[in-house]
Design a protein. Structure first.
Length: 266
């Protein structure tokens, strides 16, 4: 089927997931919505995040996507189930993919989940891990300073190593061997996080695993894109279009993105 794959996120972070899908499935078209006007979702209430996520999903439903990927962990945590029930196409989140990869990896059965406050409070990772393994234990940790650190652009110097180490202090005496980066932005801090937890700990991001799930579902349903011309991705941002453009073009290493402003009702 030649319809696009919808990808939604609270802002630009979900481009990590969009990029993973583009790399694994280069013939697929992606329609991306980033709710940059209302980002971040991490500190918001469940109800708010659920409403905003539904607004984006409905916009993509109107654009006739064949499936929907919720790239935002915070949105996945509170809206995945209800969207799966009501949308006429498959809806995928990033949490199950990350949880599955961690269970495959861990030997000690102790998994740390790093995420925003909203994702941690929801307990969604614990639930996902529990549904997949009876042995594995989750150690949850909210890292509210990490998203602002990435978005400040100052994530490369010594300062960021110190800030990440400080953020991970609460788990320094735990005996885990696997870490899930349960937030779209954290792969940008992977080196800093790996330095803080040491060389014997595996650090996993869900973006890659989610892309594999997209491929599995589309090929199972016989819905992979068959057209020969290269796909024409389309991007929507609810906030500043030029800021979105500069971040997305740098991250995706693509110029002249087809990018539009999108507005949502209050
Ligand atoms: N990275 C992210 N968000 C930002 C940023 C960044 N500014 C610099 N870099 N800003 O997320 C968000 C601010 N909002 C304001 C409202 O409009 C939208 C943006 C992580 C990006 C993940 C793909 C650093 C940066 C960059 C490009 C690529 C990677 C990166 F500019 F870390
Ligand atoms: N996209 C969000 C997530 O993965 C991080 C940014 C935000 O808080 O909105 O949880």
């Amino acid at each position: 089927m030649n319809a696009p794959i919808g990808v939604i996120d609270s802002g630009v972070g979900g481009l990590t997931v969009a990029k993973a899908i583009m790399e694994l499935l280069p013939n697929e078209t992606i329609y991306y919505i980033g709710d940059t006007a209302r980002c971040p979702y991490g500190p918001r209430s469940k109800q708010e995040v659920r409403n905003f996520t539904w607004q984006m999903a409905k916009a993509l439903e109107k654009m006739n996507v064949k499936m929907l990927v919720i790239a935002c962990n915070t949105a996945t945590a509170v809206a995945l189930e209800s969207l799966q029930k009501h949308m006429p196409f498959p809806v995928l989140g990033v949490i199950n993919a990350g949880a599955r990869a961690a269970i495959k990896e861990t030997k000690r059965n102790e998994i740390v989940v790093l995420a925003t406050e909203g994702t941690i409070k929801s307990g969604a990772y614990e639930e996902a891990v529990k549904s997949l393994s009876t042995k594995a234990k989750v150690i949850p940790l909210a890292c509210p300073t990490f998203v602002p650190l990435v978005e400040s652009g100052e994530y490369e110097g010594q300062f960021s190593y110190n800030l990440v180490e400080k953020g991970l202090k609460p788990i320094e005496n735990e005996r885990f061997d696997t870490v899930i980066l349960g937030c779209t932005h954290y792969p940008i801090l992977q080196k800093q996080i790996e330095a803080a937890v040491g060389p014997d700990v595996h650090v996993l991001s869900s973006a890659q695993e989610t892309a594999k799930d997209v491929e599995a579902i589309l090929s199972y349903k016989g819905e992979l894109r068959t057209e020969k011309e290269p796909p024409q991705h389309v991007f929507h941002a609810s906030g500043s279009v030029p800021i979105f453009r500069s971040i997305a073009e740098r991250w995706l290493e693509q110029g002249a993105l087809d990018l539009h402003k999108i507005s949502f009702e209050k």
